[in-house]
Design a binder for this molecule. Sequence first.
Ligand SMILES: Cc1cc2nc3c(=O)[nH]c(=O)nc-3n(C[C@H](O)[C@H](O)[C@H](O)COP(=O)(O)OP(=O)(O)OC[C@H]3O[C@@H](n4cnc5c(N)ncnc54)[C@H](O)[C@@H]3O)c2cc1C
Ligand SMILES: NC(=O)c1ccc[n+]([C@@H]2O[C@H](COP(=O)([O-])OP(=O)(O)OC[C@H]3O[C@@H](n4cnc5c(N)ncnc54)[C@H](O)[C@@H]3O)[C@@H](O)[C@H]2O)c1
Length: 468
Amino acid sequence: MNDYDVIVIGAGSTGENVADRARAGGLTVAIVEDELVGGDCSYWACMPSKALLRSAAALRAAQNVAGAAEAVTGDLDVSAVFARRDRTVHDWDDRGQVDWVESVGIDLVRGRAELTGVREVAVRDADGGERILTARHAVAVCTGSAAFMPDIPGLRDARPWTSREATSAKTAPSSLAILGGGVVGVEMATAYAGFGTEVTVVSRGSLLSGQEPFAGELVQKGLESLGATVKTGVQALSAHREDDLVLMELDDGSTVTAEEVLVATGRTPRTHGIGLDRVGLTDGDWLQVDDSLRVRGVDWLYGVGDVNHRALLTHQGKYQARAAGDVIAARANGAEIEDAAWGRHVATADHRCVPQVTFSEPEVASVGLTAAAAAEAGLDIRVVDYELGHVAGSSLHADGYHGRARMVVDETRRVIAGMTFVGQDVAELLQAATIAVVGEVPIDRLWHAVPAYPTMSEIWLRLLESYR
Ligand SMILES: Cc1cc2nc3c(=O)[nH]c(=O)nc-3n(C[C@H](O)[C@H](O)[C@H](O)COP(=O)(O)OP(=O)(O)OC[C@H]3O[C@@H](n4cnc5c(N)ncnc54)[C@H](O)[C@@H]3O)c2cc1C
Ligand SMILES: NC(=O)c1ccc[n+]([C@@H]2O[C@H](COP(=O)([O-])OP(=O)(O)OC[C@H]3O[C@@H](n4cnc5c(N)ncnc54)[C@H](O)[C@@H]3O)[C@@H](O)[C@H]2O)c1
């Protein structure tokens, strides 16, 4: 069969969910994948990176509690961590995800897809065979993003790691230079410093520059406490490999020398050579979409997940995918379209309600707008900060707990516009904040959401008391 209602290009976490929703809406669906079903998140991003981070975080957590600390006196078993990572990614075998695709009645087509015309896709397989697929209703491009490589003289020839090599390495190098102080940079610095690798982070700005400034400051201290060197406000001028070492020359006159260099300087869309130019778009661009994830100017084409550059996160891509799959089915079936803000067919939360956890040392969990972003958006805000370590639950959670929380209140509407927590194990505090931000829960009603004693969630009470 070559004629479907919907063709999904890319079977990452996003593409799988678009296909699932369109299929649940009664449509026939083909999904095309030229690597592993499950995509980056399962095999080269979220899952392996968190597997590399988790064991050392668990060990540090035990070391932070007297009584437990005395019981854990050994070092991290680094080879066991890599083995656990291998199990987490199923040894890069996608059989389980293929089984799921087949079980829900989606046709998997292996090969590289390219748009060849209106609702037409050519798929070339590894043996050079070609198959032409047509879609009656829609094509969804879910091809994700790849590591961006800055144009620094000598860098490419120095055979740098990208996040792929960092998450799939079989052993830890003795030294690692990391270019970029964003999320990938600080997470991989945390992981490899935990393995005993001599880590140097080179960041042209402060760490985690899109977050509240105190997040980057606390993470810098955390990385230094793990033995990493952090250089901020520094640019790389050139790089080259000499024997088994990479040398990176910096604009402060210094040179960083390491066994490997990881380039963690953001992402570029995987849209080269997928035929965008044949449908009136520009090859290699991020896809510009409306809130129903439909590509602007092409009414049968959708761009979902990283490829649309709205929020490069798995959970946000899957959220978009649920809206996109449902709206594709609704449009095909002539059903009512719910595309007003917060309707089921639009990804409204992408704009000002995106949650994210950075699994660094310490963790950073945030949702919504930072104080700076809210002020820039013209909101009348009030900022409330509180030391997380002063909450009874935190002091029990770990000895000497130190962290910080910030609540950004939209004073006009008296709702929370943004929330940031930085500290050990703050990840699970985030969903309550996301509900408050998305639900636009009035501050006065939040007062009645009483956190249990003695949990870290009492940070909510402290922030609200400070606000009052
Ligand atoms: C190191 C790292 C850690 C991360 N950790 C987290 C995290 O903890 N939490 C989080 O929310 N996000 C995390 N992210 C971001 C997350 O990985 C991405 O947002 C997510 O994977 C994007 O999903 P996607 O489906 O849009 O793209 P992808 O997962 O990249 O899927 C795209 C798929 O399309 C396929 N494809 C591409 N072109 C074609 C073609 N022409 N034909 C056929 N198939 C094609 C690819 O092979 C791929 O399988 C991390 C990213 C990195 C780099
Ligand atoms: N836990 C998570 O949720 C998680 C983990 C990893 C990655 N991600 C996602 O993956 C995406 C990619 O992460 P990332 O860290 O690569 O990107 P990023 O945008 O978070 O950080 C990139 C950093 O590189 C710097 N940079 C860019 N060009 C540079 C240059 N020429 N020289 C020096 N520095 C340069 C930027 O200033 C920035 O600090 C992010 O959007 C992130 O949301 C999420």
